[in-house]
Ligand binder design. Structure first.
Ligand SMILES: [Zn+2]
Length: 180
């Protein structure tokens, strides 16, 4: 495991107070329970949903994107990102592929699999659950990429993806599901 992951905190180590009344709260890693009997608020520490997609072209190649920033800068990832509060998985994906790759075509997203994972952010090791979809694209041309997020893109035969070049465990799992 990388050093920065060893030194990071999980949500169960971060939150110690009730966000409604400010009293001490008991954190059992899945929920935060207020100790003030008059308040008794319970906040569930759910994972953050995020989505990603295997875009597959006519040559049966997938698009992988090189991460321009940490965590895991320089390793490959799939297009995608966190789901905003008012979004479905599909609408989050549509927004992300538009922001990251300039794709405005309406794609048909088909569910592939989901997996829990960790996402390191500013010293916090967030719990995430990543949902992976597949979308077939025929004549798509990527004309611009978001250089803040992505430093390079590559279409690659599914069988030629080197699993160690993928940044996250959930993506490596999704690749094994795609190959089935
Ligand atoms: Zn409280």
């Amino acid at each position: 495991m990388q050093d920065f992951l060893m030194n990071s905190k999980s949500p169960s180590e971060l939150y110690h107070y009730c966000s409604v009344c400010g009293s001490d709260a008991v954190n059992d890693s899945s929920k935060l329970s207020c100790t003030n009997g008059d308040c008794a608020t319970v906040i569930y520490l759910n994972p953050s949903p995020s989505v990603q997609v295997f875009l597959i072209n006519r040559s049966n190649q997938i698009l992988i994107v090189k991460r321009a920033k940490d965590p895991m800068k320089g390793l490959y990832d799939l297009p995608g990102g966190f789901v905003d509060g008012d979004e479905s998985f599909e609408s989050a994906l549509s927004r992300e592929v538009h922001e990251e790759l300039g794709i405005s075509d309406q794609l048909e997203y088909k569910y592939l699999c989901s997996a829990p994972d960790k996402y390191y952010y500013k010293g916090i090791n967030l719990d995430v659950v990543v949902v992976t979809f597949i979308a077939r694209v025929s004549d798509i041309v990527i004309e611009k990429i978001d250089k803040n997020e992505i430093s390079d893109i590559k279409w690659i035969d599914i069988d030629k993806v080197e699993i160690d070049t993928l940044a996250f465990e959930n993506s490596r799992y999704a690749l094994t599901q795609l190959k089935k």
